[in-house]
Design a protein around this ligand. Structure first.
Ligand code: GAL
Length: 579
């Protein structure tokens, strides 16, 4: 009998539904994972599909280096994995038509999605003939049950294009997209799939042209799509890349550089992305999944799974050698406040690396989530609008600024204890001391935990931007969501326009200053200038330092123009040039 997918929740209610444990066992990175049968999990370049209380993990089964079909495991808690065997078993003869999954063929980076219209589970994987990587094809296989057996539908070059590292992304509205490294791995392409998910539609997008990214892992939160990628260095790890867009059907992906912020960021913590998994039971909990390759015996490669910190509006990956999913309870609970309420109680979050303003002895610095160090302030109104005294809830002392130094001090009426909160267009604040006008800033924009916070002369760089956040388990203040409206199913993909709130542009004569996310530093940002008839008069690339671009506009005639900055989103500003 064919089970109607819509009825599955009811069927599942009748069966014993595994409950996600509140205090889960630990995820250990870079070590062999043993399945419940005692064997080492052999599922590389994989992806996960969640169904009825279980995460199904599909990945390359390897015998040392050799490809051996696709494994599937399942788990209710991401820690205890049951070996369900091969979902796709190599079988049949090698054919000249290349329409086979015969033993000896290479199958990599398998991903499975469920098609609600056809009731089929659909697997896409990278397919090579077993000699080298020149065939650059995909394999599409289907099954009636999640764990298989999967049978080959076809191998192909999607849209006639080369396809090596690849993934399939199932969008919230039920559309699916194929992402692949193509054009000699130089360009990341994307095709929307046909309604049955078996073929790409005719038009495809050169989503990330010319950057040589591979190992795509795509996720979506509300109206924002996030992609993790690696560079192209084979089995050797390299610095990761993270791109974002509000519109998956155009080539408007913007590059925010490496999502990693701790030691070994330059090798993505010795990993290469393979999947971004939504963790059930939370609003905004996602897990980065990567492979730590053993290039001399791929079978024994291990895994790097990390929580994705999302609350600043751009993802960060911190390093944890071992963690459990209860970590999401705090991470998911710290939300950005829509506004500051008098006598509200808030923490301050640095935009630089998503770390909280904290005390370490007498020093004020950034720090991980840690109640014993993070400072929770009551915002006491201090006369003028947007001016507050910040009372540390733990000891009743007040944040004080003297020269360049921040401290906690006993209450006084002095302006050294009064802070002005200037909200910026990215919804972060520049916080200045009323007595000196100096602003809070993370020293040198350091990303490390424990980075000193100092008071410096005015700047709009991201090191001087702090978010006002609250713990939603304790307060029910209105929340400001950095990822756009929660998906409600009403808006068609591609119809959503980016909100112009992610980069900050100012223009002074012919000089432009743009504040971006600091991790955009290594990536080129496109700046275009349009005249009022919409004609592009000049377009150039600039690189930011410390989250900041400062450039002279190439010569254009005096007049009024529209400046467009393509970073995480396209932001436009009207500028008047008079030289
Ligand atoms: C990497 C790719 C892996 C595998 C490897 C082979 O670039 O991400 O999936 O194909 O090359 O060298």
């Amino acid at each position: 009998m064919k089970i109607n997918k819509l009825l599955l929740p009811l069927v599942a209610l009748a069966a014993a539904v595994p409950v996600f444990p509140a205090s889960a066992a630990r995820i250990n990175n870079g070590v062999t994972i043993r399945a419940t049968d005692g064997t080492a999990v052999n599922a590389h370049g994989g992806g996960v599909l969640y169904e009825d209380g279980y995460y199904y993990w599909f990945g390359e089964n390897r015998k040392r280096m050799a490809s051996n079909g696709v494994s599937v495991y399942r788990s209710a808690d991401l820690v205890t994995w049951e070996n369900l065997g091969l979902a796709l078993t190599p079988s049949g003869e090698r054919k000249n038509t290349l329409q086979d999954v015969a033993p000896g063929r290479t199958i990599e980076r398998p991903k499975v999605v469920y098609n609600a219209a056809t009731g089929k589970y659909v697997m896409w994987a990278h397919w090579e003939d077993g000699n080298d990587y020149t065939k650059a094809r995909v394999m599409v296989a289907t099954a009636d049950r999640i764990a298989g057996p999967y049978t080959l539908v076809r191998t192909m070059r999607p849209n006639g294009q080369e396809s090596r590292d690849q993934t399939v992304f199932l969008d919230l509205d039920g559309n699916a997209y194929h992402f692949r490294s193509s054009e000699d791995n130089m360009t990341l392409q994307c095709s929307k799939l046909s309604p049955d998910f078996l073929t790409p539609l005719d038009d495809f997008i050169r989503a990330i042209p010319g950057k040589q990214y591979e190992a795509p892992a795509i996720m979506r939160i509300n109206e924002t799509y996030i992609g993790f990628f690696s560079g192209c260095t084979g089995w050797r790890p390299n610095p990761g890349h993270m791109c974002m867009t509000r519109n998956i059907t155009t080539d408007s992906w913007n590059d925010l550089g490496n999502p990693c912020i701790d030691a070994k960021a330059e090798t993505t913590y010795d990993s290469q992305p393979t999947f971004a998994l939504k963790i059930e039971g939370y609003d905004y909990a996602y897990m980065y999944m990567g492979d730590r390759w053993n290039s001399s015996n791929v079978e024994t490669s291990t895994f790097v799974w990390l929580p994705v910190c999302l609350r600043t509006g751009t993802p960060f990956l911190r390093w944890y050698s071992s963690w459990d999913t209860s970590l999401f309870e705090t991470m998911d609970a710290i939300r950005r406040a829509a506004r500051i309420e008098d006598n509200g109680s808030y923490v301050l979050l640095s935009r630089v690396a998503d770390r909280m303003v904290s005390a370490n002895g007498n020093a004020i610095c950034t720090y991980e989530d840690d109640d014993s160090r993070n400072l929770s302030f009551v915002f006491e109104p201090a006369g003028d609008e947007a001016e507050y005294r910040l009372r540390n809830e733990a000891d009743g002392r007040y944040l004080q600024g003297a020269g360049t130094v921040l401290s906690l001090a006993d209450a006084s009426d002095a302006d050294t204890q009064v802070w002005r909160f200037d909200r910026q267009s990215d919804n972060f604040y520049i916080i200045s001391n009323k007595s000196t006008g100096r602003v809070l800033s993370v020293k040198d924009g350091l990303m490390s935990s424990g980075a000193p916070i100092e008071l410096i002369g005015s700047t709009s760089a991201s090191k001087a931007r702090f978010g006002v956040y609250f713990d939603k388990r304790k307060h029910d203040y209105e929340e400001d969501n950095p990822f756009g409206k929660p998906y409600a199913g009403e808006s068609g993909i591609g119809s959503v326009r980016p909100a112009a709130d992610d980069v900050i542009v100012s223009c002074n004569g012919g000089h432009i200053s743009v504040t971006l996310d600091r991790r955009a530093d290594d990536a080129a940002t496109k700046i275009s200038v349009y005249d009022l008839s919409g004609r592009c008069v000049v377009s150039f690339e600039a690189r930011s330092r410390d989250g900041y671009i400062d450039v002279e506009l190439p010569p254009v005639a005096d007049g009024v123009y529209i400046l467009a900055v393509d970073s995480y989103v396209r932001t436009t500003a009207k500028i008047a040039v008079r030289r």
